[in-house]
Design a protein around this ligand. Structure first.
Ligand code: UD1
Length: 417
């Protein structure tokens, strides 16, 4: 097990450069297998989720190289194989191999995906989408067999604007016969990045980033290249840290409009920041007004930032509300924040946070990726030493987090025990 140890209460000064978006990269990598030839992705984040996807590509006999964030994916010898339970369950995004392999081979066998333990996370909307395109879905224990003689276009109304289902249907429909329209599609910016990549590979997709995505199927795709967009969740996490501890902390390489909802919350809470074209400069906020955060689909407040944001809410003067509406279980970090001195009461998917409470160091445990990010944030502002267990969760989604924070003055290290 890996632990992160933090000596808290140090100011953060200097620049943190934001890496490529996890939720884009983890879809772009499986999407690349749909192209016949070589694809290139740049700005690929150095996170363990990407390493796990590379292992799946290796199994499928796809050659890859990865140097300094530039990944080449050569599919000239690709073979369709069963993706084992061990590989499928390592991460959520393994589910994109369902759409990608179904598109390319019209047959896929793999297991229920893994990912953070933040609720049931069914994949019924993905599967209904594949069926609408003409596929048959069989389930043998926890293995899925999805196959089709031919995929055809369809009009699909999603029960919920699911990010994963929107992308998966977009993948499968790109190589279907005829036109597919996804109604009630998710509008997250990562979906635009995936559609841009598929279009560079020869697909015909329009409307990505709106709630109606139109995919005109084509008969084959070739290799393409794309730059992974900046990670708005990584950026948001460091921006929150800047509001708590910044001493001219610059968070650089961001697309400010992707973070508009966070900045609008900062305005409401009286937190100052200086926004440039691709950066934001932050100082520790002196007096922070309480706020109500309700996580919803894009462009609303992202569920992936709710937990880090809840740490900021502990430092507001008054009572704030953190209302999670997407996943059942985003409160895994709360008992640990309370053990550090926070006053948070949880009722179902809502947390009432009474501030301002000083935090002190403690022995705590990351229960999922974003709870881990929240606990690192808490450890940085706490008096004394904080030790966080099970930080493998954090390494799945935050590249070089120890180096990035150490470089701006945090006293943080990672140890293997
Ligand atoms: C993706 C992101 C995750 C983010 C989430 C919401 C990746 C790899 N992960 O996850 O970081 O928190 O979007 O922005 O990109 N649902 C169903 N049936 C389905 C699919 C989803 O009921 O078939 C439900 C889920 O349980 C959840 C909600 O819909 O309650 C949203 O899920 P979805 O948008 O699909 O999230 P993910 O793709 O899992």
């Amino acid at each position: 097990m890996k632990q992160i140890i933090i000596e808290g209460s140090n100011k953060l000064r200097g620049t943190i450069n934001i890496g490529g978006a996890k939720n884009s990269a983890v879809a772009l990598i499986p999407a690349a297998i749909m192209g016949e030839g070589i694809s290139t992705l740049t700005n690929v984040p150095c996170i363990s989720d990407c390493d796990d996807l590379l292992e799946i590509l290796k199994l499928l006999n796809v050659d890859t190289t990865l140097n300094d964030g530039k990944m080449t994916i050569d599919t000239r010898h690709v073979e369709n194989k069963i993706i084992s339970e061990d590989l499928s369950t390592r991460l959520r995004a393994s589910y994109y191999f369902m759409g990608a392999l179904l598109a390319r081979f019209k047959h896929v066998e793999m297991y229920f995906p893994g990912g953070c333990n933040i609720g049931a996370r069914p994949i019924d909307i993905h599967l209904k989408g594949f069926e609408a395109l003409g596929a048959k879905v069989k389930k043998e224990d926890s293995k899925y067999i999805i196959e089709a003689d031919e995929l055809h276009g369809a009009e699909i109304i999603l029960d919920f604007a699911s990010v994963g289902a929107t992308i998966n249907i977009m993948l499968a429909a790109s190589l279907a016969k005829g036109t597919t329209i996804i109604h009630n599609a998710a509008r997250e910016v990562e979906i635009i990045n995936i559609a841009d990549f598929l279009n560079k590979m020869g697909a015909k997709i329009s409307g990505a980033g709106t709630d109606e995505v139109i995919i005109e199927g084509v008969s084959s795709l070739h290799g393409g290249s794309i730059r992974v967009i900046p990670d708005r969740i990584e950026a948001g996490t460091y921006i929150i840290m800047g509001a708590l501890l910044g001493d001219k902390l610059k968070v650089s390489g961001i697309i400010p409009e992707h973070l508009a909802i966070l900045f609008s919350k900062f305005d409401e809470m009286g937190i100052n920041y200086e926004l440039g074209d691709d950066y934001v400069l932050l100082n520790k906020a002196k007096k922070i007004k309480p706020a109500n955060i309700r996580t919803v689909v894009y462009p609303g407040f992202p569920t992936d930032l709710g937990q880090p944001m809840s740490v900021l809410l502990t430092q507001c003067d008054g009572i704030s509300l953190f209302d999670e509406t997407i996943f059942e279980n985003r409160m895994g970090h709360v008992k640990y924040l309370n053990s550090m001195g926070a006053k948070i009461e949880v009722s179902g998917k809502q947390a009432t946070i009474s501030g301002k409470t000083p935090l002190h160091g403690a022995q705590i445990t990351a229960t999922d990726l974003r709870s881990g990010a929240a606990l690192v944030t808490a450890g940085l502002i706490a008096e004394g030493t904080t030790t966080i267990n099970d930080v493998e969760h954090i390494l799945r989604g935050y590249e070089r987090i120890i180096t990035k924070l150490s470089d701006v003055g945090a006293k943080i290290k990672i140890v293997e025990i």
